[in-house]
Write a protein that binds this ligand. Structure first.
Ligand code: S3P
Length: 189
C-alpha cells in the first residue's frame, strides 16, 4: 500500500474520512496539520499570525520531509494513509515530495459542498487562509465563503487534479460512504 495521501480543498473532509478509512484498512493514519501543531507547539492560526503563509509552508514542507524520511523505520510503518493540508501542494518543494513518495486520492467537491462543510460548527474560523470571508454573507456577495473558495479553487483545482492518481467526487456522500470508496480503491473493486 505504501503512502497514500488524501488531497483536496479545506472542508472536503480529508482528516475525518482518512481516520475512518485507515481504521477500516487497518493502516496507520497521519494528519499533516496535527504533526505541524505537535512540532511547533502552536495552533495553525498561531503559526500563521507569527510567521505568515510563507513561513507556514516552509514548516509544512520540513514536517512532510521529516515524516516521509521516517517511513518504514522504527516509529513509522511503511503503509500509511496521510491527510495533507489543503494548501500543501501549492508549495513546489512539498509537491515534489508528494510526487516522489505518495499516491494521491483527491476528494473533489463543489464550492457549495465545501462551503456547507466549513460553515458547520463555524469550521471556517480556524482556517487562516479563509480569514476575512464572511460565513454569513450570501453566496453571491464578494465577501462570502463561496466567493473565496471559488477564487482559490480556480488556482488549486488544476493542481489537485494533476497530482491525483484517483479522483473521488464526494458531493452528497457522507464521510463513511467516501471511506468505503477509498477501501474499494484498495481492494480493486
Ligand atoms: C490550508 C489548509 C489547512 C491548513 C492551513 C492552510 C490551506 O488544512 O493546512 O490552514 O492553505 O488550504 P485543511 O485543508 O486540513 O483545513
Amino acid at each position: 500500500m505504501a503512502v497514500w495521501a488524501l488531497i483536496g480543498f479545506m472542508g472536503c473532509g480529508k482528516s475525518s474520512i482518512g481516520r475512518t478509512a485507515a481504521k477500516m484498512l487497518g493502516v496507520a493514519f497521519i494528519d499533516l496539520d496535527e504533526e505541524i501543531v505537535r512540532r511547533c507547539g502552536k495552533s495553525i492560526p498561531e503559526i500563521f499570525s507569527a510567521i505568515g503563509e510563507a513561513g507556514f509552508r516552509a514548516i509544512e514542507r520540513e514536517t512532510l520531509a521529516e515524516l516521509l524520511s521516517r517511513k518504514g523505520k522504527a516509529q513509522l510503518p511503511s503503509d500509511i494513509l496521510l491527510s495533507l493540508g489543503g494548501g500543501t501542494l501549492t508549495d513546489e518543494g512539498s509537491r515534489e515530495l508528494v510526487k516522489k513518495n505518495c499516491k494521491c486520492i483527491y476528494l473533489r467537491a463543489t464550492v457549495e459542498t465545501l462551503a456547507a462543510n466549513l460553515r458547520w460548527e463555524g469550521e471556517a474560523a480556524s482556517r487562516p487562509m479563509l480569514a476575512g470571508a464572511d460565513p454569513k454573507a450570501p453566496a453571491e456577495s464578494p465577501d462570502s465563503l463561496e466567493s473565496r473558495i471559488a477564487s482559490m479553487m480556480a488556482a488549486r483545482g488544476p493542481v489537485y487534479e494533476k497530482a491525483a492518481d484517483i479522483i473521488l467526487d464526494i458531493d452528497g456522500l457522507d464521510y463513511s460512504d467516501v471511506a468505503r470508496q477509498i477501501l474499494n480503491c484498495f481492494s480493486g473493486k
